[in-house]
Design a protein around this ligand. Structure first.
Ligand code: GLN
Length: 503
């Protein structure tokens, strides 16, 4: 079923971690152009099937790779110089369309780069393309994309998770070394888990949201996808930090996340919350997470029971807060300022037709839910109440983190589900994020990492931490990752021989 990644030297370039690629680039054993061409060839061979990308940035990637090689030759390489990255299509990019996978933004070109995009560009990273997402990042499977559904590289009949299914599947399938996604209620961690990759949601305010197409502004965060925790640490370091263009980004120094990684967990207190088991949880997921907890103990950590009693309210309050904020954020798509504009005899009809044709069903559902929750007469009963409960959810975490360093929990109650299995039942779709949403409501960081397999599909656990303590979250995740073999496993698809060159 699975194949274990052998040592560098016999592997395709598309299988390397960013750290491995960096070493080969700096030693001039490979060039950034070769690394990029290997990825473009693999995308050409596989992406008609897996469908990670909405737009492959062939010419941009080639030019960036040449520029990266110049820098490397001059000895000016930075950690991500020449490293191929997939960008979720909610990140504004000057040299490709940015559409949030919506009809209403088809062909839209941003006049500026998102801050995270600019930062990677300045390091001479290579942008392979804009990767698929649920429309406006609303969903858990990429089935809400107005373009197409991305496939799970482990089983093409299953979803890759969502909303950042495109970059997650790209990293899993060897169609990118790294990816950037956004996580409002789980959209980095859940697809990372379904695709067997690492996905990190940083603390709210850790990474600038400037140039991220807004879904729910008090919850959205941009973060990395990678094949290893170390790679995720490097990518986080590259994008984190205060940005004068985003007043919610925190004016705090960015630690050296990579230097904080270590193998031992002696003395680390890991919280285990009984609230993170729900009915409907698959036995294979439960078993893999239980085995992981034993492994944490073997590594010297102490398991401490903690209680997060308001966890059960996280999902319902999220589905007040997120649609309320979305309904306000999406009011800007009026046929005048951006993208699609459908002609009509009156201005009002032009608005109606543009929004009627431009937005898909899930986006309309969210706008209606949100508008209702914010309307006078219901505002106090729904929106204000949800904000109050949100405070209680955050307080639960604050109290738990007085006693523990991190909390470990499953990322999702199930493995990747079949395409089409939940599209007729929004509630079932929403339940896919029951374990990821609390971290967004509390604003805390969390990283999803592979922790085993159930019926041949990846299982994932998340390590949640204190606000702005990504360093501890990454340290704990890295120690576990390196003690296990899961991170070396590749989907059968990714093991396909003869695609891309090798070293
Ligand atoms: N699946 C959740 C939703 O549909 C979370 C999405 C996200 O994190 N962007 O809202």
């Amino acid at each position: 079923m699975t194949s274990r990644a052998p040592a560098v030297g016999t592997r395709p370039l598309t299988d390397l971690s960013a750290v491995e690629a960096r070493r080969l680039l700096d030693a001039r054993q490979i060039s950034a152009v070769e690394l990029t061409e290997a990825h473009l060839a693999r995308i050409a061979a596989l992406d008609g099937t897996v469908r990670c990308y909405i737009e492959v940035m062939v010419d941009v990637a080639r030019a960036q790779a040449r520029a990266a090689d110049d820098w490397i030759r001059q000895g000016a390489a930075q950690p991500l110089t020449g490293i191929p990255v997939a960008l979720k299509d909610v990140l504004c990019t000057v040299d490709a369309p940015t559409t949030a996978a919506s009809r209403i933004l088809r062909g839209y070109r941003s006049p500026y780069d998102a801050t995270v995009v600019r930062k990677l560009r300045e390091q001479r990273a290579v942008f392979l393309g804009k990767a698929n997402t649920d429309e406006f990042a609303m969903g858990s499977s990429t089935e809400n994309s107005s373009y197409f559904t991305t496939k799970n590289p482990w089983d093409l009949s299953r979803v890759p998770g969502g909303s950042s299914g495109g970059p997650a599947a790209a990293v899993a399938a060897g169609e990118a070394t790294l990816g950037l996604g956004s996580d409002t209620g789980g959209s980095i961690r859940q697809p990372a888990g379904f695709c067997g990759t690492v996905g990190l949601k940083p603390t709210y305010g850790r990474v600038s949201r400037y140039g991220l197409i807004a879904f729910a502004s008090s919850l959205d965060q941009i973060g990395p996808f990678a094949r290893t925790v170390e790679d995720a640490a490097i990518l986080l370091g590259a994008i984190a930090g205060h940005d004068p263009l985003d007043s919610t980004s925190a004016p705090l120094p960015v630690p050296d996340y990579r230097a904080a990684l270590s193998a031992a967990l002696t003395g680390t207190r890991i919280g285990v919350a009984q609230e993170y088991t729900v009915s409907g949880m698959e036995p294979g997921v439960e078993a893999a997470v239980a085995a992981a907890l034993r492994r944490f103990e073997e590594l010297g950590a102490e398991l401490v029971p903690v209680s997060l009693p308001h966890t059960k309210y996280a999902l319902p309050t999220y589905y007040i807060t997120a649609p309320a904020e979305a309904s306000a954020n999406l009011a800007r798509y009026d046929g005048v300022k951006y993208g699609l504009s459908v002609e009509a005899p009156t201005l009002r009809e032009m608005y109606q037709r543009t929004r009627g044709e431009g937005f898909g069903p899930e986006v309309k559902r969210r706008i209606m839910l949100g508008t209702y929750a914010l309307s006078s007469g219901y505002y106090d009963a729904y929106y204000v109440k949800a904000q109050q409960v949100r405070t209680l959810i955050k307080r639960d975490f604050d109290e738990a983190f007085e006693r523990v360093d991190v909390i470990v929990a499953p990322t999702s109650p199930t493995v990747a589900f079949p395409i089409g299995a939940r599209t007729d039942d929004p509630y079932q779709m929403y339940l896919a994020d029951v374990f990821t949403i609390p971290a967004n409501m509390a604003g805390i960081p969390g990283v999803a990492i592979p922790c085993g397999f159930s019926d041949g599909l990846p299982v994932s656990l998340q390590v949640l931490g204190r606000a702005f303590d990504e360093a501890t979250v990454l340290r704990v995740a890295h120690a576990y990752e390196q003690a296990e073999v899961w991170w070396t496993m590749r989907p059968p698809l990714a093991a396909t021989a003869g695609v891309g060159s090798s070293v």
